[in-house]
Design a protein around this ligand. Structure first.
Ligand code: SF4
Ligand code: SF4
Length: 298
């Protein structure tokens, strides 16, 4: 079903050029509040913007759920955000972040219920080592989100294409770790990763880029998803509802939902639905190619 506005909005608040002006933040906030999504997730060091909780009031006032994702170094600000009613999530981008979490998450003071672990292989390869340490820091849920190919600039998918050997090694190491009790639950957005790791209910339920999902970059440009680098419009010029009503967005969703020729006869199509269409687009420059994470083709 083609939706008239996105339900989940991912907004990268700060970028390479640093903190955006308050006026730009206010424009983006207004556009989001008017679109009335169910939830908004803020990434890209959002808590560098100290006035952010105040600037977000049109969204919070509309009863829209907000998740703030930031580095463990800003755990005090994350704590403050959680105390002001926002969901707070720490983003682990390397082993050093675990030390920071262990030092700053003291169960009697503050624990971080959910942590995101960067989906880059250079980080993910340490997952089995990380999980017991995260458990020690009080973490109960670890999410491996989809890659942000827009903020990384070049749209290079190679750090996120793991290959069957690496995934098998990771699966074996996780099996050992999960022999111990108290290890955080694991959720992966990537369908093939979730399946290979034996995760019961992957977040993925068919690509929702440009329909239920939307990504906003620090300069206000709207994309169908952080993993699908196709700009749809800019919130300094048009409203989010207008971007969603535009023919360009509808055509894009049509392309996303048209399966690549090599998938049409695949027995797994009904559950896979072509995998991540953003990864396919970024890897192959079009939609008639499969997700590079699929081990059945190429
Ligand atoms: S070929 Fe791969 S991506 Fe295509 S439907 Fe089958 S499993 Fe999915
Ligand atoms: S492009 Fe689709 S499947 Fe890929 S991360 Fe975005 S919403 Fe998920």
């Amino acid at each position: 079903m083609l939706l008239s506005s996105p339900l989940r909005i991912f907004w990268r608040v700060t970028g390479a050029s640093g903190r955006p002006d308050d006026s730009l933040i206010v424009s983006i906030v207004r556009a989001i509040a008017a679109a009335r999504p169910f939830e908004v997730a803020l990434s890209g060091a959002p808590l560098e913007v100290e006035s952010l909780p105040e600037l977000l009031s049109p969204i919070t006032g509309a009863g829209i759920s907000i998740t703030v994702i930031d580095r463990p170094e800003r755990i005090a600000s994350l704590n403050a955000a959680a105390n002001s009613g926002l969901k707070a999530v720490a983003l682990v981008s390397g082993i050093d972040d675990l030390r920071v979490l262990a030092e700053r998450c003291q169960p009697e003071v503050f624990t971080m219920d959910t942590v995101h672990v960067s989906p880059e292989w250079n980080v993910l390869k340490y997952l089995a080592e990380m999980l017991p340490q995260l458990a020690y820091s009080g973490v109960r849920r670890v999410v491996i989100p989809n890659p942000d190919l827009i903020s990384s600039g070049a749209g290079d998918v190679s750090p996120y294409v793991y290959g069957p050997e690496r995934i098998a090694r990771l699966a074996a190491s996780l099996e050992e770790v999960y022999c111990t009790t108290g290890i955080p639950a694991l959720i992966a957005h990537d369908l093939f990763l979730a399946r290979a790791l034996g995760l019961g209910s992957p977040e993925y339920g068919g690509c929702q880029a440009g329909n239920a999902v939307c990504f906003i970059s620090p300069d206000g440009t709207v994309y169908p998803c952080a993993t699908l680098p196709v700009p749809l419009g800019n919130l300094t010029e048009v409203s989010l509802k207008a971007v969603w009503a535009d023919a360009k967005r509808r055509e894009l969703v049509g392309k996303i939902s048209t399966m690549p020729a090599c998938c049409v006869s695949c027995d797994l199509l009904a559950s896979c639905l072509g995998g991540c269409r953003g990864m396919a687009y970024a890897a192959g420059g079009g939609f008639d190619v499969p997700d590079p994470g699929c081990g059945l083709v190429g």
